[in-house]
Write a protein that binds this ligand. Structure first.
Ligand code: NAD
Length: 353
């Protein structure tokens, strides 16, 4: 790759877009050169704060700029796949925020566009980059846990629905609620850590119990409050089975009655050891005569010291690092998410094999 100065453009000037600007500021070779958002106020705020020189009046104008190498897409979920595809077809590398898309078919069209145009496409699954996650991944890949036969992934927020009255709570704009917003993170992390990528069946249930009553609101999101219907899940639960006989349970809530305000983790159960991720801990038998071992902050190599999805994206384009995510894995996560909603709708197990 001949590019040494990487010129980034951003679609969406909401709350999360700052994370890309901050990462570019810290990176030696990346600069944010352009941004677009239909809200003139939010667009100006982002451009002023991060000294972005070009505020575009449309995504088309932005994607037509010759001085843009790569695009970060951070918009309501409905627009993820269309913008990602459009940017790839305009010859830009793309990092898209989660969830991938509103359906597998949409996601596959993006993957095909990346391949057809020879551009890098990455989903920004930031949980994979955390130091604790990288340690557990290393312990699993070096065999310290043996065969992983079960994993438990969860994220329980007591009162963490993004601002009520915004796109986050509306099915047309978001596609789904807690499951697509935070469940996707823990599902992806769980599969990444356990190394299980061949799901065969999914049973799921989703619930809407708080947002529809105006309860459980958190503070996330910069979009303006409007009179938008809340009609997505604020709680979801699923059982996923894999071709090697392993199972995963996933539980996620934007709002629920719980002791702690916010708790997420992936627990792994293996034949030779177990692990929890946040914080990293390893569990295994001691040597003969020793007690059972609970190892806090276990010794393990980490792949990427910078622990940042944007730096990984920039470096992957520059050819100095491998992406920590893959398109195939992102498609598998999307298939499972689709199946959880399908299982909830039908009341039946959904086969994926
Ligand atoms: N990786 C993470 O941990 C993480 C965290 C938060 C959000 N996200 C994802 O990032 C995306 C944006 O979330 P956010 O928290 O910044 O939301 P937000 O509501 O704060 O901002 C969304 C922005 O998108 C803009 N927008 C709306 N329609 C648009 C369109 N058609 N074209 C361009 N821009 C449009 C809005 O004007 C707004 O400025 C979401 O998909 C969300 O799931 C990821």
């Amino acid at each position: 790759m001949s590019v040494t100065e990487l010129r980034i453009a951003i679609i969406g000037a909401g709350q999360i877009s700052q994370s890309c600007c901050k990462a570019a500021d810290k990176h030696d070779s990346a600069t944010v050169v352009a941004a677009f958002d239909p809200s003139p106020g939010r667009l100006k705020e982002l451009c002023d704060e991060f000294k972005i020189p070009t505020a575009c009046s449309s995504a088309e104008d932005m994607l037509a700029l010759d001085n843009v190498d790569a695009v970060y897409v951070a918009v309501p979920n409905k627009f993820h796949a269309p913008y990602a595809k459009q940017a790839l077809e305009a010859g830009k590398h793309v990092i898209l925020d989660k969830p991938f898309a509103l359906s597998y078919d949409e996601a596959k069209a993006v993957a095909d566009a990346a391949e057809a145009n020879g551009k890098l496409f990455m989903l920004g699954m930031n949980q994979r980059y955390r130091t604790d996650s990288q340690k557990i991944r290393n312990l699993v890949s070096t065999g310290r846990l043996g065969e992983i036969y079960h994993a438990k992934a969860f994220w329980f927020r007591r009162s963490g629905i993004p601002k009520l009255g915004t796109w986050f709570g509306n099915k047309d704009l978001a596609g789904g609620g807690a499951l697509l917003d935070i469940g996707v993170h823990l599902l992806d992390l769980c599969l990444h850590l356990s190394g299980n990528w061949n799901p065969v069946s999914v049973t799921g249930a989703t619930y809407t119990k708080f947002g529809n009553r105006g309860l459980g609101e958190g503070s996330w999101g910069k979009s303006d409050k409007e009179d938008i219907l809340f009609n997505v899940d604020d709680f979801a639960s699923a059982l996923i089975k894999f071709d090697n006989g392993a199972t995963v349970t996933l539980d996620v809530s934007w709002a629920c009655h719980a002791e702690e305000p916010n708790r997420n983790d992936v627990h792994l159960y293996g034949t030779e050891g177990g692990a929890s991720t946040y914080p990293a801990k390893l569990f295994h038998y001691g040597a003969e005569g020793e007690d059972y071992q609970v190892v806090e902050d276990p010794e393990a190599d980490i792949a990427l010291e910078h622990a940042d999805r944007f730096h990984n994206f920039f470096n992957a384009i520059l050819g100095t690092e491998q992406p920590l995510t893959s398109v195939e894995e992102a498609l598998t996560v999307q298939r499972i998410l689709d199946a959880i909603y399908a299982s909830c709708a039908s009341g039946k197990e959904v086969r994926l094999d």
